[in-house]
Design a protein around this ligand. Structure first.
Ligand SMILES: C[S@@+](CC[C@H](N)C(=O)[O-])C[C@H]1O[C@@H](n2cnc3c(N)ncnc32)[C@H](O)[C@@H]1O
Length: 297
């Protein structure tokens, strides 16, 4: 693998939402939250075996601040991350044991990688941010080697529908079949963010110190992260993946672990009633060899 890239390549920065304006806050949240650390990352990791990861080159799409990349490296993979948020890309690069290299680019456009570059594409909680899922899955399939594996997690379409049915939703939808862009605000924060940043960013870096001062006061109270995502039905999620030539191998709707339930009773109770996220594993098939004995009939 090349040496750790020191600078994130500049993308077009079109993620003009909380992942850009509040990258460090989200990063601290994702490192510890019941939904990310205790539910989503373990479930997505279970879709890959240690044998599949040992020595594999993995594309983490999108890597955010690198929490999943760190786990993938821990299991023996080399990891390249992409993310359209420049602040996220910088945090991922600064993370000890984060991705080996990070490219700040958009998953809805051409990816700057050759065909068949990766053994595994790992996409944690990201495809619901992509409006053009067809382009994204075609590009992810292109950069996967034949036989390579895609795993992803995303908002569960039924979870959103159940929230609507229970009249507990602040979502701007009233039907399972109403799709399109949804804007939400998530309450996050309350973590010792100043310490989190010191651990991840070099203290020699003046900009890191400034960043720490700028955000640490916010860490003591809950903050609202604004996110804009695409609400889709199940078929609108799965068909672009199948159209890209990928073969679905596994679907996951895990229940929360006992540890999650005892540490976070409220989140645990919710996850026992409603599927939080949907987990998929798909494979890029090997090209089928055309038999030379084929004759026109
Ligand atoms: C919920 S976070 C992903 C969680 C992350 N994998 C982790 O382990 O913490 C979603 C990420 O998707 C990125 N993102 C959103 N739209 C994108 C796009 N069009 N192209 C690339 N990245 C995008 C955001 O910047 C954000 O970092």
């Amino acid at each position: 693998m090349p040496a750790r890239e020191e600078a994130a390549r500049e993308g077009d920065g079109r993620t003009s939402d909380g992942y850009t304006t509040d990258a460090a806050l989200y990063a601290a949240h994702a490192d510890e939250s019941p939904w990310n650390r205790w539910y989503e990352r373990p479930a997505l990791d279970r879709l890959l075996t240690d044998d599949e990861l040992a020595g594999a080159l993995v594309l983490d799409a999108a890597c955010a601040a690198g929490a999943a990349s760190e786990q993938l490296r821990h299991r023996g993979a080399a990891v390249i991350g992409v993310d359209s948020s420049h602040p996220m890309a910088r945090l991922a690069l600064a993370r000890r044991n984060g991705p080996t290299g990070v490219v700040s680019t958009d998953l809805e456009g051409p990816l700057p990688f050759a065909d068949h570059s990766f053994d595994v594409v790992y996409s944690s909680l990201t495809v619901h941010y992509l409006a053009d899922l067809g382009t994204a899955f075609r590009e992810l399939a292109r950069v996967l080697r034949p036989g390579g594996i895609l795993v992803l997690s995303t908002h569960h379409p039924f979870d959103e529908a159940l929230r609507v049915a229970a009249h507990r939703s602040r979502m701007q939808i009233d039907s399972y079949f109403r799709t399109g862009t949804v804007t939400e605000q998530w309450a996050i924060g309350g973590q010792p963010l100043g310490r989190w940043l010191v651990e991840r960013l070099s203290l020699e870096s003046l900009s890191a110190v400034r960043a720490r001062r700028r955000v640490s006061w916010r860490a003591t109270r809950r903050t609202r992260l604004t996110v804009r995502f695409q609400r889709r039905t199940l078929s609108q999620l799965l068909n672009p993946l199948l159209d890209a030539g990928l073969v679905l191998e596994r679907v996951g709707e895990p229940l929360p672990s006992g540890e999650l339930i005892s540490r976070f009773p409220r989140a645990g109770a919710l996850l026992r009633r409603r599927p939080g996220f949907l987990f998929l594993r798909a494979r890029r098939p090997h090209p089928t060899r055309r038999s030379s004995t084929n004759v026109d009939r």
